[in-house]
Design a binder for this molecule. Structure first.
Ligand code: BES
Ligand code: MN
Ligand code: ZN
Length: 491
């Protein structure tokens, strides 16, 4: 999407060659400078400017028929003002993306938006325009995206500078969605790494990759145990961004990158198994976040680590009952080969602590179906050993719209994963499955390093279009982590 900025001098009716003009309006404040037919039409259609509302018409402007829309921003004082503004920008794009119109004016004249808010409308618009059509060879012409250009009109001074930052976030979210959407025959550990290298070239990120031989030498028996049933070799992908003070300890983001999860020998039922192509959503979020942070040159030191494997049943696959030795030295009885995410993450967590001694760690994983039973698709589960970190993440979740709900942890849950033969087993009893998974991960956190685990199984993929996304990959995590970095490391 090409973005332009038109100065205030252009006025609310500036078209700049566009064939459709969308004006963002506050609730019960339909602008006085509208064509009378439009004002009357909006009134008759009961358009009041409520958040998410949209009204469309055609008007004659100097002998030219122009398609116009009014999109509601809701009340300026509303608590969810920021997301309503994004949603309004997104609603306009959702309406015109495949409409045949190619260029759109997004007009915020008179809406009283700050530079941040005007850039937010644009962010909503650009995020909503993302699609993945690479495998559709027979898309009808009238189903193809037509909209290629948006010109923002009437935004306050400084909006362009804010957009410079926000567009980096849009690119990060888009990259995460791309990785999550790609099927498992296209994105597997090696190609995940290659896709990141290609996208991150000249971004300023330093990329390191550990192959299976290196991981075996280090003793990452838990991660490699998951990978051993697949012909696709595992990788540990590390992305370093050093934009902060030299020598300052980094914050680490660690992602579960199970590029396909069949369950292994504890195989999953066939119905819906295709969803398990997005079992690398945590790794995807980490990669997209690192890209966004680099593109906007964040003033912080961040390490992104992705544990990349494929979980397959095979003659060489690990069996239920196998005991593996993790990088930490702790042994694990693998009761269920479908509880593989924690087996991958634990070695990635140990590795990043030994290699970088991070000040804080946040891991992201599509870890359990149980978190979807608990929270549905509205919140991701937040588990932490540190109240300050949990509060900061919760605040970043509220501010970014990628919301978190803190879940309990404690010794009573921890002992549920004690094993009669090894230091621990990889699953607990039937109940509290998301919590025992988090307890498992916590056993790999050293010296009480502030750590949080985000179970994002319910939020990386959606069956229905939402505020700023279509159905499919949401890109969940990028905006949350970016906001966390801004508010806790750069403030
Ligand atoms: N990747 C799944 C979790 C998942 C399930 C994500 C559904 C998204 C939708 C994970 O590896 C898994 O299989 N977890 C098991 C754990 C169980 C065996 C203890 C689960 O949740 O059923
Ligand atoms: Mn699994
Ligand atoms: Zn999984």
């Amino acid at each position: 999407m090409k973005i332009q900025f038109l100065g205030a001098a252009e006025g609310p009716n500036a078209l700049n060659g566009a064939t459709v003009a969308a004006r963002l309006v506050n609730q019960d404040a339909v602008p006085a400078d509208l064509e009378p037919v439009l004002a009357e039409g909006a009134r008759r259609a009961r358009f009041t400017g409520k958040a998410g509302q949209i009204f469309e018409s055609f008007v004659d402007r100097g002998g030219k028929v122009v398609r116009v829309a009014l999109a509601g921003l809701g009340e300026p004082s509303a608590k969810d003002r920021k997301s309503a503004i994004e949603r309004a920008g997104a609603a306009v794009v959702a309406k015109y993306l495949t409409s045949g119109e190619t260029a759109l004016v997004l007009d915020v004249t008179g809406a009283g938006l700050s530079a941040e808010e005007a850039a937010g409308a644009l962010l909503g618009a650009v995020l909503r325009s993302w699609r993945h059509d690479v495998y559709r060879t027979k898309l009808a012409d009238d189903a193809k995206p037509s909209l290629a250009q948006i010109a923002l009109v009437g935004a306050p001074d400084g909006t362009e500078a804010v957009w410079e930052i926000e567009q980096a976030i849009a690119q990060g979210v888009a990259f995460t969605r791309e990785l999550v959407t790609e099927p498992a025959n296209i994105i597997y550990p090696e190609s995940f790494v290659e896709r990141c290298k290609a996208r991150m070239e000249s971004s300023g990120l330093t990329i390191r990759v550990l192959d299976e031989k290196e991981m075996a030498e280090l003793g990452m028996g838990s991660l490699l145990g998951v990978a051993q049933g697949s012909v696709k070799p595992a990788r540990l992908l590390v992305m370093e961004w050093r934009g902060g003070e030299e020598g300052a300890k980094p914050v680490a983001f660690v992602g579960k990158g199970v590029c396909f999860d069949t369950g292994g020998i504890s195989i999953k039922p066939a119905a819906g198994m295709e969803d398990m192509k997005w079992d690398m959503g945590g790794a995807g979020a980490v990669a997209g976040t690192m890209l966004a942070l680099a593109l906007r040159k964040a003033r912080a030191n961040i390490i992104g680590v992705c544990g990349l494997v494929e979980n397959m049943p095979d003659g060489n696959a690990q069996r239920p009952g196998d005991v593996v030795t993790s990088l930490s030295g702790q042994t694990i009885e693998v009761i269920n080969t479908d509880a593989e995410g924690r087996l991958v993450l634990c070695d990635a967590l140990t590795w990043v602590q030994r290699e970088y001694a991070p000040a804080k760690i946040v891991d992201l994983a599509t870890l359990t179906g149980a978190i979807i039973l608990s929270l549905s698709h509205e919140y991701a589960g937040l588990f932490s050993n540190n109240d300050d970190l949990a509060a900061a993440l919760n605040a970043a979740g509220d501010a970014s719209g990628e919301r978190l709900w803190r879940m309990p942890m404690g010794p009573a849950y921890d002992k549920m994963i004690d094993s009669p033969i090894a230091d621990m087993k990889n699953v607990g009893p039937r109940f509290g499955g998301s919590i025992t998974a988090a307890q498992f991960l916590q056993r790999f956190i050293e010296n009480d390093t502030p750590w949080a685990h985000l179970d994002i199984a319910g939020t990386v993929w959606t069956d229905k279009a939402g505020a700023t996304w279509d159905k499919g990959a949401t890109g969940f995590g990028v905006r949350l982590l970016d906001r966390f970095v801004r508010d806790t490391l750069e403030a």
